[in-house]
Design a protein around this ligand. Sequence first.
Ligand SMILES: C[S@@+](CC[C@H](N)C(=O)[O-])C[C@H]1O[C@@H](n2cnc3c(N)ncnc32)[C@H](O)[C@@H]1O
Length: 274
Amino acid sequence: MSLEKSEKFIIHSPTRSQGRSFDRRDDVFEKRVLAGGQAVMYRGNCLDIIPTLPKGSIDAVITDPPYSSGGMMRGDRTGSTRSKYQSSGKLITEHASFSGDNLDQRSYLEWARMWLSLALYVTKPGGVAITFSDWRQLPTATDALQVAGWVWRGIVPWDKINARPMPNRFRAQCEFAPWASNGPRDFTREGATYHPGVLSECPPYNAKRQHSTQKPVGIMETLCKIVVEGETVLDPFSGSGTTGVACLRTGRRFIGMELDPGNFEIACKRIEEK
Ligand SMILES: C[S@@+](CC[C@H](N)C(=O)[O-])C[C@H]1O[C@@H](n2cnc3c(N)ncnc32)[C@H](O)[C@@H]1O
């Protein structure tokens, strides 16, 4: 992997004293410029890093945050992500667990409001947010978007097609991508593009996955097309970097953030190799 630039930063963020960080070890964050300057990845807590971006510099925030879900009861939710987000009932032992996924409902709402408020500040007027959720957290996700100041525009369901059959129950076959704008958005601009109301694609097979909740690149490519080529997408919860890969394949610029050092390395590699 060729890295044009790799820098380390000491954080002097006022958010530190407000208890926003999950992990006190990430007092240093790292910035890597990738793909000839088309993409940048930051390693660290997005609550600390988003405020370092210039106001109004982002065209769309497209992300897949921790859902703090995986069960109806608090005990279910506090399990490791590796055990909660399994595929076809099999434990995905080869993927690391990730943090930030164990909040109860009130805390999740407040945390989501915090990062969505920061994201709004760095998004240009009329810019877009698309943030994934599962069925359990959907009401909280749309509340958080609005409390943070975004104008809620709708929900794009993702049909995962091959969801696990569940006896005497409906399959949990969809995840959901509520979307919103930073105030009014001009829907009358020249050269209109038309976007689907439902996304359909199987999740990546286990053998092809590098993250336990990895999204299909095709789904992220469709979402990235909400902004035009050359515009900039921010993903504060990049995981294995799928949004970044989708951006580069479709000619969008990308800024990603990832707390976990292992996932950060995977994301940088995937983005470089796209
Ligand atoms: C649901 S996963 C994203 C998966 C991604 N869509 C993919 O395709 O690989 C969420 C990611 O957010 C990261 N994360 C959790 N809290 C974070 C924070 N405060 N700042 C930055 N990243 C965070 C986790 O380590 C995890 O990899």
